[in-house]
Design a protein around this ligand. Structure first.
Ligand code: AMP
Ligand code: MG
Length: 338
């Protein structure tokens, strides 16, 4: 089936907006109470919302494009366990808030989709709920979808169902959220969640940073997800540290693209005897493109370009750095386009 990047982008936006209906239905169904999670083999949490979101996104991509290669975070394994039958029921109910035709079998089939290899031709990558810990706590989370080709994201769409750009403390959930998106070479934009007015979406443009200006770090809310002290030390290479923003999920890329904070860093925590953790492709592909199209530069902590074709993780990179060109190069001089 032939398609154009614009068509792919519009379908991607449709898919993440629908997924946000499903994820927010899970939040509302909890009526402010505690949301529960299953624990995956890697000890990370997964909720009804993660599964429902992935099923909804893939269903919409398949309706538009037929079979699609997808590197998604979730899979069907846990839901096929009879002990989790009630959770499967809840996943299907959540997915049906967005696509009423979905049933148990279709949802399981969608989640059984084979993981695509990003080193091959081109593939979608999806984090159906990025920042699951934030989602569980009532903090920020994001639904992040990107198209990767030749090791780089070319289309990126991200729903941040609780993010507002004008809040004094954007880590706090807003009443309504937003969608940010970008096409390589076509700029980055944002609009309100649920809107279909793509033409009037607002441009995202990160302000330039000049030597001597404060370095405002964007960091994970979960301190286990990165070494904040080491990030601060790296930031000091560029200039005095300003106010840091700590919040969950790839929402940080949207704030960076808007000029709220200017140095998004992920510095892996080193645990003696353990291999260094590598960043996941689905966590960063959409956000990296949105930041780059807003005028930022991205690299790893050693200034190497991010390689999205290494497998499910950025296996050839160490941590991650994103910000206005002058700031990133003050920290990692070889970073950015030659
Ligand atoms: P954030 O809210 O920015 O910390 O991003 C959430 C993402 O952090 C999740 O999707 C995980 O893939 C990732 N993550 C989980 N554990 C770790 C860890 N130990 N170090 C770095 N990132 C992690
Ligand atoms: Mg994630």
């Amino acid at each position: 089936m032939t398609t154009t990047p614009i068509h792919q982008l519009l379908v991607a936006i449709e898919a993440i907006q629908a997924a946000a209906i499903a994820t927010e239905s899970v939040r509302h169904a909890s009526a402010g109470g505690t949301l529960s999670a299953l624990i995956k083999g890697d000890a990370s949490p997964v909720t009804v919302a993660d599964f429902a979101s992935q099923a909804v996104v893939l269903s919409i991509l398949q309706s538009a494009f037929g079979h699609v290669p997808l590197l998604g975070e979730e899979s069907d394994g846990l839901l096929r366990d009879p002990a989790n039958a009630a959770i499967l029921d809840a996943v299907v109910a959540a997915a049906r808030t967005a696509i009423p035709e979905l049933d148990h079998r279709t949802v399981l089939d969608l989640l059984a989709h084979e993981r695509a290899d990003p080193s091959k031709d081109g593939c979608w990558t999806l984090d159906p709920v990025d920042g699951t810990k934030g989602f569980l706590r009532g903090g920020q989370y994001a639904i992040a979808l990107a198209w990767i080709e030749e090791g780089r994201p070319h289309i990126g769409a991200m729903a941040c169902p609780r993010l507002a750009l004008d809040l004094d403390d954007p880590s706090q959930p807003a009443a309504t959220g937003l969608v940010a998106f970008a096409l390589r070479g076509g700029g980055a934009r944002w609009m309100s969640l649920g809107s279909d007015e793509f033409e009037s979406a607002e441009p995202l443009s990160a302000p330039a940073w000049r030597l001597g200006e404060p370095v405002e770090l964007l960091l994970s809310a979960e301190s286990a997800h990165g070494d904040g002290d080491a990030a601060g030390e790296l930031g000091l290479r560029a200039g005095p540290l300003g106010r840091a923003l700590r919040l969950d999920s790839a929402s940080k890329y949207v704030l960076l693209a808007h000029g709220r904070g200017n140095a998004y860093m992920r510095v892996p925590r080193i645990s003696p005897g353990k291999p260094e953790r590598k960043e996941c492709v689905w966590d960063h592909a959409a956000g990296v493109l949105i930041a780059e199209e807003a005028g930022c530069v991205t690299s790893d902590l050693d200034g190497r370009p991010l390689d999205f074709a290494a497998g499910p993780t950025l296996a050839y990179n160490r941590g991650l750095l994103a910000g206005p060109p002058a700031l990133v190069r003050a920290i990692a001089p070889s970073a950015g386009p030659a």
